[in-house]
Design a protein around this ligand. Structure first.
Ligand code: ZN
Ligand code: ZN
Length: 263
């Protein structure tokens, strides 16, 4: 059954449109691999976002399908890869002739629009699609591109052994997973390359392995707990001293202290 997924301007999830969608586990049965989804955006609350929206009022802005889904944070949240995203050329308003396109069940009359994931029936799906001018499948897979291979740190790379093709592929997969889970914002200082440099730097981030290299050996790397996104500056500082690797908390404490001192 098709499903509407909400992606608002400000989200706690660090979602990437058409690439990744986070959701709480209560929606687990609604977003399964292969499911068709329609993207929805609620009312504009902050003028800053005017340029990045198709419309100020609530609207539908694209279709896609759910790819792999996997649990994070001990299964409290799930993360769906989004595939075949096709943006609409023009916003489809959530109301047509004064009536909502989505059918609101009696039981949900008071809180329907609060749900971030909403199942719709085939008729509603087809009606929204019939109103839309659907663009081509989006090719902006920057976030998952392999081109930033310099910014991934393998758990075993510090050793002298050759960097084999298989390992390269595995590391790229780990990097992608880490970005899917943690996003592209520096975990220590909050820097985001796309926000600062714009589209050109979208998806750029270093992925740091939180355990010291010499202690990890060939242990399996868990991208959720062992890998963390860091900007190039923070990453350099973490590794500043050869005999010691700072933790993200160490770094945060240093940043905080510096901010306080400079006030
Ligand atoms: Zn940083
Ligand atoms: Zn590192």
């Amino acid at each position: 059954m098709p499903t509407v997924i909400v992606e608002n301007d400000v989200s706690q999830w660090d979602d990437q449109t058409g690439e990744v969608y986070h959701f709480p586990k209560r929606y687990r049965d609604l977003l399964l691999p292969g499911e068709r989804v329609i993207y929805y955006k609620g009312r504009m609350k902050d003028k800053r976002f005017e340029g990045s929206r198709l419309s100020k009022s609530p609207h539908y802005f694209g279709i896609a399908e759910v790819g792999d889904v996997f649990p994070i944070k001990n299964g409290k949240e799930l993360l769906a890869k989004i595939i075949n995203f096709r943006p609409f050329e023009v916003a489809i308003d959530f109301q047509q002739d004064g009536e909502y396109l989505e059918k609101i069940p009696k039981s949900k009359e008071t809180n329907y629009w609060r749900d971030g994931v909403r199942r719709i029936d085939e008729d509603t799906y087809n009606e929204i699609l019939s109103l839309a001018i659907v663009g081509p499948v989006s090719e902006t897979k920057t976030i998952l591109s392999d081109s930033d291979n310099q910014s991934f740190e393998s758990g075993v790379e510090g050793r002298s052994s050759a960097y084999t093709g298989t390992r390269y592929e595995r590391d790229q997969e780990l990097r992608k997973r880490a970005i899917l889970i943690h996003g592209c914002t520096c975990a220590a200082c909050g820097f985001n390359f796309e926000e600062f440099y714009g589209e050109y730097a979208k998806g750029f981030i270093h992925i740091h392995h939180v355990e010291p290299l010499f202690e990890t050996g060939e242990k399996i790397v868990n991208p959720e707990t062992d890998l963390v996104p860091l900007c190039a500056n923070c990453h350099a500082v973490v590794h500043r001293k050869r005999d010691k690797t700072l933790t993200v908390e160490d770094l945060q404490a240093m940043i905080k202290r510096d901010v306080v001192e400079s006030v």
